[in-house]
Design a protein around this ligand. Structure first.
Ligand SMILES: NC(=O)c1ccc[n+]([C@@H]2O[C@H](COP(=O)([O-])OP(=O)(O)OC[C@H]3O[C@@H](n4cnc5c(N)ncnc54)[C@H](O)[C@@H]3O)[C@@H](O)[C@H]2O)c1
Length: 288
């Protein structure tokens, strides 16, 4: 499949990442088939996209008249069979291996043979996901960053089986949606989480050991290292449960104790202090 032949993008999952992925493809002129399991998830996704487009109108990033055109390009559906029309597909269902395998295998049966299939997984081996499909050479990782309409990076992950053609088409497609793709090979945590999570973990160990408060750790990294957000505020934003899961992937994937999740992180997750989404993590947040 050449990049010029790609007109319609299938997006599996309309959650935090899926709605953002649909948004950026539709904004760049692609038709999008956005699939989730229940209508209420699709309604919520379309509301979010509408709100985010309003923000882009206010910022002057898009014209007011573009909004209905962009929304009009997104076809929200609960019918998996609609994927048969996609020229490229991106999977963004929750980070559970069993669920991803089921959704990818279902999509694999419906997509035309030449269509490329990408996963937005943040920690599962892209090589093992590729192996579960009948198109391992046409499978690739496309790790979008949250919030998708704002963040320019896409970490493009080559599975062991990914062909050069699949890789080049995907890199060009990323550029067509005004993103900056950066290529890495498949390995636990890819690059983003392999580098980020040990920093977050070390910050949590420092708090647990009483070396500094969470406020102090974040202030040092912001003021001293010019990070826009401290590691603990970022951990709260990502979700402490998600951080622990990714650390566990690194720990088991490399078999190296340096990736052992900080016991304080585990304890906070056990308490339900998951970060911003639960109203409390290293910091407190207003809940609505
Ligand atoms: N949230 C982030 O910051 C972030 C960043 C990068 C990558 N990711 C990855 O993106 C993926 C999605 O994460 P998310 O945060 O958007 O999750 P989410 O829970 O917000 O959304 C997932 C959506 O998938 C839907 N879904 C479940 N089963 C489905 C099926 N069979 N078919 C279609 N849709 C189905 C759910 O109903 C839900 O709406 C995960 O692999 C995650 O690791 C997340």
């Amino acid at each position: 499949m050449t990049v010029d032949a790609i007109r319609t993008i299938g997006v599996l999952g309309a959650g935090t990442m899926g709605n953002g992925i649909a948004h950026v493809f539709a904004r760049s002129g692609y038709n999008v088939i956005l699939r989730d399991v229940e209508t209420r998830f699709l309604d919520r996704a379309m509301d979010t996209i509408g709100g985010n487009l309003d923000r882009e109108v206010k910022k002057g990033k898009i014209d007011e008249s573009d909004k209905p055109k962009i929304l009009g390009r997104i076809h929200a559906t609960i019918e998996m069979s609609a994927m048969a029309r996609a020229d490229f597909a991106v999977e963004a269902v929750p980070e559970r291996l069993d669920l991803k395998l089921a959704v990818l295998q279902e999509a694999d049966k419906l997509l035309r043979p030449e269509v490329l299939l990408a996963s937005n997984t943040s920690s599962i081996s892209v090589t093992s996901l590729a192996a579960a499909t009948t198109r391992p050479d046409r499978f690739i990782g496309m790790h979008f960053m949250n919030p998708v309409p704002v963040m320019v990076l896409i970490e493009v992950i080559r599975a062991l089986q990914t062909s050069d053609e699949t890789f080049h088409t995907t890199m060009t497609l990323c550029e067509r949606i005004e993103k900056k793709p950066v290529a890495v090979n498949d390995a636990p945590g890819f690059i983003s989480n392999r580098v980020l999570m040990p920093m977050i973990n070390e910050a949590a160990f420092s708090v647990m050991e009483g070396v500094a408060t969470a406020e102090a750790v974040d202030a040092i990294m912001k003021l001293g290292m010019n990070h826009p957000m401290g590691p603990l505020e970022l951990a709260d934003f990502i979700g402490l449960d998600v951080c622990v899961n990714i650390l566990d992937v690194l720990y088991t994937g490399f078999g190296d104790s340096k990736y052992r999740a900080c016991p304080l992180l585990r304890k906070m997750v056990a308490a339900g202090w998951l970060g911003r989404k639960s109203g409390r993590g290293f910091f407190k947040y207003a809940t609505h």
